[in-house]
Design a protein around this ligand. Structure first.
Ligand code: PMP
Length: 345
């Protein structure tokens, strides 16, 4: 009898089941046990592969989507990439409205993956007709048979994580997890994982990472949508200028805010200490974890899982560019933390 081929049928079979990796050096001065759920191991290099596949397959199951139909979405990049990837394999058109804050690399990647891209101004209110929400809605209303993924207001975004990422983390920690630390953008990741974990053990603490310039933390604490909290910031994919219904605020215990600068440095520190080349919001999540440690949230028995949403390769012209860091005033050129490049002539 011949051995069977050990090949996957296509790239979609590799979505999910990402590794949980112990953090050793960056946590050496922290109290507790720390593990990272590294979502950059998904084939589309981010956690958004999970929601793209789940939401599209739910629409197929309900008979809403048939081959040749169009998928429309607003996205800071990652969801777009994942939707474009799934669309290619399943035979859909993909149209994406993205924020002008997204890196050029991300936009070029979406184009490469066959998507049609509209770039919309970042610093306009969500109800402005130029905002990426309104642009996507308009496209959806104009194309018959299109499906609007609407990740900020789609309960399936939560379900995708409730059914995959949550159970994976529970199993990978043998049910010993005490704290989940995760960024909140649409809120799908933290809400889905958080809901699953709290159903297994109501004492698990769920902590959201928010940006300065976003309304989420204040809304969580006061249920007030305060426009004064809104101002531009650099981190892409984290925090919000609206209240997404894909965020289950009741299942989140606490939000903390992190700065653009500290998050950028911490992302770089993860590469240098753990060999983990992860995205800007992974740096933000790790930075939040450090701040939680400083405020005495963890003890020696704590088993803390921090979610790293995407891969570092998406930020070459931003956090991992010394020039960009310098332009932001995050360090001066004489004091870069990376070894200078030596040119041999
Ligand atoms: N990090 C990155 C890089 C993202 O693109 C997103 C999604 N906006 C998040 C974190 C936040 O994840 P979620 O939308 O599930 O809250």
């Amino acid at each position: 009898m011949k051995d069977e081929l050990l090949a996957h049928n296509n790239v979609l079979e590799l979505i999910g089941n990402t590794p949980l990796i112990k953090l050793n050096r960056i946590t050496s001065n922290l109290i507790g046990n720390f593990y990272a759920k590294v979502e950059g191991f998904n084939p589309g290099h981010s956690t958004k592969d999970r929601i793209a596949l789940y939401i599209i397959e739910e629409a197929e199951r309900k008979g809403i989507l048939t081959p040749g139909d169009t998928i429309v979405e607003t996205t800071s990049g990652n969801t777009g990439f994942s939707l474009a990837m799934v669309s290619i394999l399943k035979g859909y058109e993909c149209i994406l409205a993205v924020s002008s804050k997204s890196s050029k690399d991300k936009i070029d990647m979406l184009k490469t993956m066959g998507a049609k891209v509209y770039v919309c101004p970042a610093n306009v209110s969500a109800d402005d007709p130029r905002s990426y929400y309104q642009v996507a809605k308009k496209i959806h209303s104009e194309i018959k048979g299109s499906v609007y993924i609407n990740q900020y207001f789609n309960e399936l975004n939560i379900d995708a994580h409730y059914k995959s990422t949550g159970p994976e983390i529970w199993k990978q920690t043998a049910g010993r997890i005490t704290h989940l630390v995760a960024c909140s953008g649409t809120g799908g990741t933290i809400s889905g994982i958080g809901r699953f974990l709290k159903e297994q053990n109501k004492d698990v603490k769920v902590i959201g990472i928010d940006a300065y310039g976003s309304v989420l933390k204040k809304y969580h604490e006061t249920r007030e949508f305060d426009v004064n909290e809104i101002y531009p910031y650099r981190i892409e994919g984290l925090g919000k200028n609206l209240i997404p219904t894909a965020t289950d605020f009741d299942n989140i215990d606490q939000f903390i805010k992190v700065t653009d600068e500290s998050s950028a440095h911490t992302a770089r520190e993860l590469a240098k200490t753990e060999g983990l080349f992860v995205g800007y919001t992974s740096g933000a999540a790790m930075q939040g974890l450090k701040q939680l440690d400083e405020s005495g949230v963890f003890n020696e028995d704590s088993v803390v899982v921090v979610v790293f949403p995407d891969h570092g390769s998406r930020y070459m012209s931003k956090v991992y560019s010394d020039d960009w860091m310098e332009q932001q005033g995050f360090f001066d050129a004489k004091n870069t933390e990376t070894a200078p490049i030596e040119y041999i002539k």
